[in-house]
Design a protein around this ligand. Structure first.
Ligand code: ZN
Length: 326
């Protein structure tokens, strides 16, 4: 199988961050208006992308030093979402679960969290129709002391907007060494039980298998973002199989964050051997100067398994948080 074949496969995308998907040249043009706010020494021509393995997580996260400065208007947000959908169309993606943390949009634009969520949902609805790609939104909360406060604000906005169907889930992201207040986990579980929102947790990416276990037991995770550390624990691999919890595998990203070192084989090989449920996703393809098809190709190069890729669209539908996919 080659890249041309990978491109031609119909796909679903279950793990992609909006700001890491929109094309870099669009983001760069939006950032032109606020260059004076960029961190000292930040280069718009070279620091918005990452195509070689980072030396640390903060090194990997450098593009976000600029990305958190936009959008400065509703029009700019629509441009970002439009660019994201154009990229998905190029990859033959039929349905997508976009991730975004929303709160920075309200801070940048002096609007409420409810308004910023409404801006984003309207843009997603419009562009989903324009590009004929089914879309859902996952609300991302970052690990840290403000996690409970942010989650409450997001859930409040979601309720005030009448619980829009296009909001399909919640996500916890960020540095796994940082432990958010313990109530964060119970708030996730409560949102799952009371609101029917599905849960995915970035866990076991740069951290330990224990974080995956906590994501399942404490947060009620339905899926795990990255989860590369799972192969260190056969019991944990058995647990996700038993509970049918899907791992969102992002091969290109794992190399660039150094979650998987250059000289190691990718853990997805062992996931395949142990029958662990997984889907292939792209995480931040534009930042990686890559694409979902290139993640498929990486997977193929690691495993030589074309059958799983041929069936990947069905697997992605099975584990999607979007209800009623055909
Ligand atoms: Zn991610």
């Amino acid at each position: 199988m080659d890249l041309f074949k990978m491109k031609s496969l119909s796909k679903g995308e279950l793990h992609v961050h909006l700001n890491g998907l929109a094309k870099t040249n669009i983001l760069r043009s939006l950032l032109e208006s606020c260059t004076d706010e960029l961190p000292k020494g930040f280069s718009l021509s070279s620091d918005l992308t990452r195509s070689t393995p980072a030396s640390s997580l903060s090194d990997y996260l450098k593009p976000w030093q600029a990305l958190r400065l936009i959008p400065r208007s509703r029009t700019d947000l629509s441009k970002i979402v439009d660019s994201a959908f154009a990229e998905l169309q190029r990859e033959n993606v039929k349905f997508v679960e976009l991730r975004n943390s929303i709160i920075y949009i309200s801070l940048l634009n002096g609007i409420t969290v409810q308004e910023s969520l409404e801006w984003l949902l309207q843009a997603i609805d419009e562009l989903s129709t324009k590009y004929n790609i089914t879309a859902g939104l996952i609300l991302t909360v970052t690990r840290g002391e403000y996690a409970p406060e942010h989650l409450r604000a997001l859930l409040e906005a979601y309720k005030l907007l009448g619980r829009p169907k296009s909001v399909v889930g919640l996500d916890l992201a960020g540095n796994e060494e940082v432990h958010p207040p313990t109530e964060t986990a119970s708030l996730f579980r409560k949102a799952k039980d009371d609101e029917g929102l599905s849960i995915t947790i970035h866990a076991g990416e740069t951290g330990k298998p224990l974080n995956i276990e906590e994501a399942i037991h404490n947060y009620g995770a339905d899926r795990i973002g990255h989860g590369t550390a799972i192969i260190k624990s056969p019991q944990l691999m058995d647990l996700v199989k038993e509970k049918d919890i899907c791992i969102e595998v992002c091969p290109v990203s794992n190399r660039l964050t150094n979650a998987v070192a250059e000289n190691e084989s990718h853990p997805v090989r062992e996931m395949v051997e142990h029958g662990v449920p997984f889907v292939i996703c792209s995480d931040n393809p534009s930042i990686h100067c890559s694409s979902l098809s290139e993640d498929y190709l990486e997977f193929y190069n690691e495993t030589g398994n074309s059958e799983l890729l041929e069936n990947m669209f069905a697997t992605q539908k099975k584990y999607s948080f979007i209800k009623g996919l055909k």
